[in-house]
Ligand binder design. Structure first.
Ligand SMILES: Nc1ncnc2c1ncn2[C@@H]1O[C@H](COP(=O)(O)OP(=O)(O)OP(=O)(O)O)[C@@H](O)[C@H]1O
Length: 317
């Protein structure tokens, strides 16, 4: 597959720099002071439940809205004040697009390419999102997933150095989703910086170098997916027969359920597991349905959503 190229950034090593960004709608503050940075060749994912403030933040990055407070810089430029300069280097995929339904797919891509300084070959762009066979179909006749892929082809048509993708794979089938992931990976390999939002945690796991989880307009957890997962305990579950001897609880275990189905939470999975296995062997006890699950991004996401993670103060990304 072709690697999409993006010219090396000039002036600054940071593609995106967001500092203490705030945005309000009337009295309601939807984004409450978030900060993050994205470098060329890096994917940064903003996660959070519905209404967490992801789109509100991205719209400032895209130059579609001014910040209520704080600053946003794209290659050192202000996306609102220096809109033309930023636009020339940025591709964006909004949550919903308003493409004319009368044009065919090929016409749409060609006319879009006509507005760009360095467009990619329209045929190649369509091939990369799997729409070659739909080139002569009118946009209004496309399926939801095909439209989304057309939106994405347009977003990257100008060989942007930074791409903002708001839920790029919503509504896509698993194969199309993988196609989009490959496209994003190719862009990143070519040096493009990507900021994306998604409700698919496996998408963030697959693509993102760094992740921030928002709740109510604030970043609650941020870091690599491993760093975020490690904020949560591992889980050990097993069932003991009624006649099993008294079970000693190893150090570092929080007992969540104590029989007959046992559930332990721990930040020391390996020694705790070793201890309980040794105890079972010594007493000839079977740990039925034994499961040991390392902490995951999903666990951290749920902990944020349910208010069990972070102190809701911003952690710099
Ligand atoms: N134009 C608006 N006027 C008033 N409130 C708004 C407006 N746009 C968004 N909001 C509110 O701001 C908050 C953040 O919305 P936003 O769309 O940024 O969240 P999100 O994290 O992108 O959610 P989703 O995952 O559902 O797309 C929500 O409570 C939303 O209702």
């Amino acid at each position: 597959m072709q690697t999409l190229t993006a010219a090396p950034p000039t002036g600054t090593a940071l593609a995106v720099e967001v500092t203490d960004l705030r945005r309000s709608y009337g009295d309601f503050e939807a984004v409450r002071g978030i900060s993050f940075e994205v470098r060329p060749g890096e994917v940064f994912a903003l996660l959070g439940v519905n209404g967490a403030g992801k789109t509100s933040a991205l719209e400032v990055l895209e130059g579609l809205a001014a910040p209520g407070g704080g600053t946003v810089r794209v290659f050192g430029a202000d996306p609102v004040r220096d809109r033309a300069a930023v636009r020339a280097r940025m591709g964006m995929l909004l949550q919903s697009s308003g493409l004319p339904g009368d044009l065919t797919v090929a016409e749409t891509v060609r006319s879009w390419a006509g507005t760009l300084t360095t467009p990619r070959d329209p045929g190649q762009a369509l091939a990369q999102v799997g729409l070659t066979g739909r080139a002569d179909v009118r946009v209004r006749s496309l399926s939801g997933g095909e439209r989304r892929r057309l939106d994405l082809a347009l977003a990257v048509l100008g060989q942007p150095e930074v791409v903002v993708l708001d839920e790029p794979t919503t509504g896509l089938d698993p194969e199309s989703r993988r196609q989009v992931w490959r496209l994003v990976q190719d862009m990143v390999d070519g040096g493009t910086a990507v900021v994306l939002t998604t409700h698919h945690l496996e998408e963030a796991e697959e693509l993102a170098d760094r992740i921030a989880i928002l709740k109510a307009g604030r970043i609650v957890l941020s870091g690599t997916q491993e760093e975020i997962a490690e904020t949560q305990p591992a889980v050990v579950r097993f069932t003991l027969d009624d006649d099993a001897p008294a079970l000693p609880v190893p150090d570092g275990v929080q007992v969540v359920a104590a029989g007959p189905r046992h559930e332990w939470h721990t930040r020391a999975l390996q020694p705790v597991l070793a201890e309980v296995l040794a105890w079972a062997a010594e007493h000839g006890v079977v740990l039925r349905h034994l499961q040991a699950t390392a902490a995951s991004l999903e666990q951290a996401f749920l902990a944020v959503a349910e208010g069990r993670a972070g102190d809701h103060d911003e952690v710099p990304a």
